[in-house]
Write a protein that binds this ligand. Structure first.
Ligand code: GLC
Length: 720
């Protein structure tokens, strides 16, 4: 049905109308978006005509039931064939109810809650007229200098794949073509955008195809296997060819090998950037290369609308390529039901009930608490409600708690850290002072902080990065806290009082100057709309920290890239042995400050009675493993039981650890639960030098425990 209607429609369209479907313009182009509704500002230089606008296929960044309905209505009045617009926006970790940034969400290891957050985001977005979200972003990353690590779920391909699937399920539900409370998802940025040299955004990415397939591609594939509707191309080059003009990546791999037949959209301006890359001579060449490589929609640049018609007329490209792209776009509109109801779920009345509702905020509070990671705690947390607290630092009352890509989340509405404390203790027990700005400090600020802490039993430092110090184009070469805040920590440490640091940041930081000066560190990331409530819940023990790092915290930026699934090298350091000619630094350790999978709790857990069904795995005989996990402490809490393997010898070298399974379990004090895992031959497959993806018979170790470093080792063998 869908193909038939859309293909009929394509045949009725003029070439100009077809080409206009292939451009995506921002909201201010469209009538109904603003009073003028006309093309304004720098965009005029793009030479986008009114005809193009009234025939264009989709809108970037419009949301709000009233706005989207008025744009759609005005558009349908002008559009000869009544082809509705698609509305696409960046709903990355919430629409107005903002959840923790995805790097934080990943640290929850809670796939259900992540899915729930995407379902809520979809519901708020859909009722506000959004049809497609440019999420999940699944770019694997090993370099915290890169600002967009906050948008990823970290350094592991298996975990990133699990979260990619969970988010697609949340956005799209069982069937978004039948459920108007869902939106279509768009996985990005294809491919390997998370591996820019030097951690500098948009920079060169260069790696073997084997590395690409082993680490960087799995999460995109997982999203598409879960039914993700769209793909967005990346800004970077890959093996010398820009991803957005890369035929091998899109037509050969994405469409041929993976069988993806949905819509591919370029990232903002990436088609025209083929010129800057030195891959296209001019806009016309860029248009030809982009379309031939497989980009259906050109976001925010006019190469397609300016040159595709000429390219067809001169025989440089076949009109069938354009028809294919248009057909995919119309099919997506069909799937979303836009031909029957171009306003889909947009509804001003429902919008008021659904958006930022109490239940949504409650879910955000729960996920924020589960996403925070307790990195250090030497006897100071949880706080006692009787204590007098000095809340010191630029984030004590700061509203920058939502993080980058927080759509229409309101910073004013976010629960501030001080408000969180006020909900737990009497205001007479609480003093607070800024102590410093984010990146500047004065002696009077320090003095005010000292005075504020004078009578306190405990000092809670609220420190971190502004949200624009990470996110897109937010790369930092120095990943410590700003000097001003390190000075504040130093000055407060001279008071010799118990100190807790709570961190609000979008990347793993070099925590020297903090972790060595305080008694406890809680990594809160950008927790979202319920930041202050979640932080207070954790600090007072109403929630027990259960986050586990999904990206290593480096000892220093000099270690970067540092990641847990690394290779051994031919000269590995021997634990505790000082020798020169091994793979090491003269001035810092090889190990990260905090490893992948690490996180503390207010209780403790023990692992015992590991049983393996066999010491041998065969293709038809998986290995079943059980382990007893006991809460050996005084309070209930979650433990994330992690299963890793190591392939001792491979046709190519194999990493020291690979995450193959995890289970987050709740244990009451003294409670023991048996946790079971199954390990199959399929999970031991890897990309060989000839790119075949298979397992090899041989010896393996498996590791079961609390993180990638602290886990018990067992041996098994694969027989084929
Ligand atoms: C930005 C981002 C991309 C986003 C797009 C639309 O440049 O790279 O992630 O979806 O533009 O806002």
């Amino acid at each position: 049905m869908i193909k038939q209607h859309s293909s009929t429609l394509v045949n009725e369209m003029t070439l100009d109308e077809k080409i206009a479907q292939l451009i995506q313009l921002a909201t201010h182009f469209y009538k109904g978006a603003t009073e003028e509704g006309q093309i304004t500002g720098p965009i005029e230089e793009m030479g986008i005509t009114g005809d193009t606008v009234q025939n264009s296929g989709s809108v970037l960044g419009a949301s709000g039931a009233k706005t989207t309905k008025s744009i759609q209505k005005a558009h349908l009045n002008d559009n000869r064939l009544g082809i509705p617009l698609l509305f696409m926006s960046d709903i990355i970790h919430g629409y107005k109810t903002i959840f923790p940034v995805p790097l934080a969400m990943g640290c929850s290891w809670d796939l259900e809650l992540a899915e729930k957050s995407a379902e809520i985001a979809a519901k708020e977005a859909a009722v506000s007229g959004v049809h497609v979200t440019f999420s999940p972003m699944v770019d694997l990353t090993r370099d915290p200098r890169w600002g967009r690590v906050m948008e990823s779920t970290g350094e592991d391909p298996f975990l990133n794949s699990e979260f990619a699937k969970a988010l697609v399920r949340g956005y799209q539900g069982e069937d978004y073509t039948k459920d108007n409370d869902r939106v279509a998802a768009c996985v990005k940025h294809f491919a390997a955008y998370g591996a820019p040299e030097g951690g500098r955004d948009y920079n060169t990415v260069d790696m073997s195809e084997r590395q690409l397939r082993e680490y960087y591609l799995p999460a995109y594939k997982a999203a598409l296997d879960e039914g993700c509707a769209m793909v967005m191309t990346a800004f970077n080059i890959l093996d010398g060819v820009p991803a957005t003009g890369n035929k091998r990546l899109m037509r050969d791999l994405l469409r041929e090998e993976w069988g993806f037949d949905g819509v591919v959209i370029s990232d903002w301006g990436a088609v025209k950037e083929l010129i800057h890359h030195g891959y296209a001579e001019d806009e016309k060449d860029a248009a030809q290369k982009g379309l031939k490589a497989g980009v259906d929609i050109e976001m925010m640049t006019p190469c397609y609308v300016h040159h595709l018609k000429t390219l067809v007329e001169e025989g440089s490209i076949s009109e069938s390529l354009i028809d294919e792209a248009v057909l995919r776009i119309l099919e997506l509109k069909e799937k979303l039901g836009l031909f029957e109801n171009p306003y889909r779920a947009a509804d001003e009345e429902r919008e008021k009930e659904i958006v930022f509702s109490e239940s949504h905020r409650k879910a955000a509070r729960e996920l924020a608490a589960k996403s925070s990671v307790l990195l250090k705690n030497e006897g100071v947390l949880p706080l006692d409600r009787e204590q007098k607290v000095a809340l010191i630092g630029p984030f004590a009352e700061h509203d920058d708690l939502l993080g980058p890509w927080s759509w229409i989340g309101s910073r004013e509405d976010a629960v501030k850290v001080r408000e969180g404390f006020e909900s737990k203790i009497d205001s007479r027990q609480l003093s607070s002072a800024k102590g410093s700005d984010i990146s500047a400090v004065t002696s009077s600020q320090i003095n005010e902080a000292r005075r504020s802490a004078e009578n306190a039993d405990v000092i809670v430092l609220a420190l971190g990065e502004e949200s624009d110090m990470s996110g897109e184009a937010g790369s930092r070469a120095d990943i410590r806290l700003p000097e001003a805040q390190l000075k504040l920590v130093e000055e407060m440490s001279k008071l010799n009082k118990p100190m807790v640091a709570v961190l609000f940041n979008g990347r793993p930081l070099d925590l020297h100057g903090v972790v060595d000066k305080v008694d406890a560190v809680l990594e809160a990331w950008f927790p979202g709309s319920e930041a202050g409530s979640a932080v207070a819940d954790l600090l007072y023990g109403d929630a027990n920290p259960s986050g586990r790092l999904t990206m290593s915290f480096p000892y220093s930026v000099g270690q970067v890239p540092v990641y847990y699934n690394r290779y051994n090298t031919g000269r590995p350091q021997k634990k505790g042995v000082q020798e020169r000619f091994v793979s090491q630094y003269l001035d810092i350790p090889n190990e990260p400050l905090f490893p992948f999978g690490f996180g503390l709790s207010y209780t403790t857990f023990s692992y015992s009675d590991v049983t393996l069904s066999s010491s041998v795995i065969k293709p038809e005989q998986p290995l079943h493993l059980t382990v007893n996990v006991t809460n050996t402490g005084e309070v209930a809490g979650d433990e994330v039981v992690q299963l890793y393997v190591r392939d001792i010898t491979g046709e190519v070298v194999r990493p020291l650890r690979e995450l193959k399974g995890f289970k987050k379990i709740w244990l009451e004090p003294g409670e023991t639960k048996e946790v079971a895992f199954t390990l199959t031959e399929e999970q031991l497959r890897y990309y060989h030098s000839d790119l075949s993806h298979e397992s090899d018979a041989g010896k393996f170790n498996l590791y079961i425990g609390a993180n990638s470093r602290d886990a018990a080792e067992y041996a098994f063998e694969l027989i084929k």
